[in-house]
Ligand binder design. Structure first.
Ligand code: NAP
Length: 304
């Protein structure tokens, strides 16, 4: 029940209609018996400052931040965590008294998903990263923080990949970072020497179908990850699976980034199992609404 003691959290984005976060965050508050609520807010970019300052004035406990505000919001914050600073993007704001602290839990979500769902540790491994946008930056920073040996970044727009290379090199001098254009012949040999291949581009979404990479050298020695979670199985994952690779989609990254945000706000361990069930239900609903087949088995929250 909402009353005078209810703590406020939410998510700001533009548009925000398709967010899956309220279902899992509110399920977590209910499970933990907390009188907290999580609400989605559509915030026009012109009103970002007013929205952040308004949330502060309204005594919010926390906010998630999604596209297109992840970069822009930084100028309204007092402090950044290391992953947020290096990635140059914030997806979680902690209202710590008068101070607004920006975090980036996307990368942590990705690493937690690798660990819990594939038993994969990035330490001393080689990774091929396709894309150099916001998701790529979070993933690259988290891989570098987790001790990856080599990152090969492939992106259509070279300039963005070079900027990502520079920030990783500046902050993680031991990490080898290579930049390649999508038609570089060296990609084939880099595929062979990588244990992890990650698509962070939007290629594979319903609105942007296709394959982000040639599949020639993908095989059973690879863990192939697509940060896209809708559709649950992109063409990239389907083709990788056919070639014997282990595959993961971005639903668990979404779950774990949300769990980390929840922990930052509440100071408690997040009820992951309940959040996973709520997220799976929401994905199923979204699948039905958008005319897709069910993206995941409702009965097994451990595997979305
Ligand atoms: P973004 O910043 O706009 O970056 C998009 C990336 O995709 C860029 O590297 C872009 O290349 C590339 N790209 C798009 N269309 C392309 C095309 N036709 N050919 C070649 N490259 C293309 O977007 P983002 O925020 O990183 O999001 C990317 C994806 O990650 C989305 O599907 C998003 O839903 C997903 N995501 C998932 C999670 C999760 O928790 N699972 C979290 C964040 C994002 P250029 O640089 O050349 O434009």
């Amino acid at each position: 029940m909402i009353d005078g003691n209810t703590r406020l959290t939410g998510i700001i984005g533009y548009p925000i209609e398709h967010t899956l976060s309220p279902a899992m965050q509110n399920a977590a508050f209910a499970e933990a018996g907390l009188n907290w609520i999580y609400v989605p807010f559509s915030v026009d970019p012109d009103h970002l400052a007013a929205a952040v300052n308004g949330a502060k004035a309204l005594n919010f406990a926390g906010l998630n931040v999604t596209m297109p505000h992840k970069k822009e919001v930084i100028k309204y914050l007092d402090e950044l965590s290391a992953p947020a600073r290096i990635a140059g993007a914030v997806n979680t704001i902690q209202f710590d008294g008068d101070r607004l602290v920006g975090h980036n839990t996307d990368g942590q979500g990705f690493i937690d998903s690798l660990k819990h769902d594939a038993g994969f540790s990035p330490r001393e491994k080689n990774a091929l990263l396709i894309g150099a946008g916001g998701a790529a930056r979070s993933v690259a920073v988290s891989l570098a923080m987790s001790g990856i040996r080599q990152l090969a970044v492939i992106n259509r727009t070279a300039d963005k990949a070079l900027k990502l290379q520079e920030s990783i090199k500046d902050n993680f001098p031991d990490c080898i970072v290579k930049v390649l254009s999508p038609d570089d012949e060296k990609i084939v040999s880099l595929q062979s020497e990588s244990q992890l291949i990650v698509n962070t581009t939007s290629i594979g979404m319903l609105t942007n179908p296709g394959l982000p990479l040639g599949m020639e050298r993908i095989g059973p020695s690879h863990l192939v990850y697509d940060v896209i979670y809708f559709p649950a199985e992109t063409e990239f994952l389907r083709e990788a699976k056919k070639r014997g690779a282990e595959t993961l989609n971005g639903a668990r990254m979404l779950l774990y980034q949300g769990a980390t945000a929840w922990q930052i706000w509440t100071g408690r361990p997040a009820p992951i199992a309940e959040m996973a069930v709520a997220l799976t239900d929401e994905l199923e609903l979204k699948g039905k609404v958008d005319g897709q087949s069910k993206p995941a088995a409702r009965t097994n929250p451990d595997r979305i």
